[in-house]
Design a protein around this ligand. Sequence first.
Ligand code: 4AD
Ligand code: MG
Length: 478
Amino acid sequence: MIRKKVKEILQNPQPGSEVLVKGWVRTKRGSKNVNFITLNDGSTIHNLQIVANVETFGEEFLKDINTSTSLAVTGQLVESQGSGQQVELIAQTIHLYGKSDPDKYPIQPKKHSLEFLRENAHLRFRTNTFSAVFRIRHAMAFAIHDYFNRKGFCYLHTPIITASDAEGAGQMFRVTTLDAQKPPLTEAGHVDFSADFFSRPTNLTVSGQLEGELGATALGEIYTFGPTFRAENSNTTRHLAEFWMIEPEMAFYDLKDNMDLAEDFLKSLIRYALENCYDDLKFLSSRLKEEEKGKPQDQQSMELIEKLKFVVENDFVRLSYTEAIDILKNSNHYKKKKFQFPVEWGVDLQSEHERYLVEKHFKKPVILIGYPKEIKAFYMKLNEDGKTVAAMDVLFPQIGEIIGGSQREENYDKLVARMNEMHIPVDEMWWYLDTRRFGTVPHSGFGLGFERFILFVTGMGNIRDVIAFPRTPGNAEF
Ligand code: 4AD
Ligand code: MG
């Protein structure tokens, strides 16, 4: 018999047909004559109800079927008597792959806290919440490749091990094969990295951008989509030490083209989720509603699907950093000293400021441009005022910064001057500077934090819950 996925069966229910299904038991309840087993195979948030006759299978055999037992079941689909599903499966044969001790299995068929599930991250995929999150994450990864493919972008695999610090922020994980106890030393007593595997100090990359620029200035439009690593000691609900980033880089794009692409890209991905992940979104929406029940009305977020539609249907607000500082300074929130961090032209905006602009002031996603050069990376194009750069950050409700990007400085002399000012090693970056020496062009790009985006789409509150195996300070168990 041909195996069918539960999703297929429920999408196109055919009472009378014979099927084979395989999966894991979610619940079992029984009466004297029949047992009702709900089976999930990961293909959908929904379960298939299996009806097993006690006389046919025997009490002894059915006793071993518990939550998380793995089964193969054949039988006939019939119209369901109960509500909740159109069809159920009358079991003819049941093969039990693996038993599960119901007293020891940590994921009981009841509501567990997300904290508890994080401690059992190896099994949390078996819950409705996490299976929904990871199906959506998969769909979004697919939609990203599809989007760029349709637009003629080339997927470029930039290196994970690198000798350069793209953002110039220095929060990198060292990669070395030197003996940690007794590393070779130079005459001056420093670690001698010329004896290391790559004959130089190397790290895990914080961004594929610089290598991406090499690709874009030949292939036209490229994107990267890979893991990036930051050794910053940020223990927040929005930071990971290992996260995935999507970085498109486009020759001949100015900042406006860059903003247009970012907005279209985000909207197109969300539209894809609405069209292809509806069941999972619906489930996550009810989960969120449940979670926020106790909160006062004004702290409850917009219903998840409404919120996604809202973002697709409305233009993002675009304004300058300088205008944003004015808005913040004139706000009642500021006057009542409710911001924890200072608001002053020149300081970096904190998540609380970003969220105020998006959630309280504009009530829409915001693209901020024209940041002071001092708080941004060396490669951003200097504006004519000599004070600000052609940076753009896209700010989202509940998240704050979801995208960071810019038009790049294409002028060799200006770029070298910025690098010197910011103590970026010009010699080591000769290969990057060559793009500006040989046929330089205006170009732009941005980086979308994949997990931050998945947070937004799923309505989850903690970034550790939208990546399969979170890496944060002190945590790398699974
Ligand atoms: O703003 P960032 O640092 O920009 C860059 O890395 C540029 N090279 C991108 C480019 O222009 N090609 O990071 C981009 C995005 C942020 O907006 C945020 O969404 C995400 O990456 N991000 C993180 N996500 C999770 N954990 C962290 N520690 C993150 N740091 C940045
Ligand atoms: Mg940034």
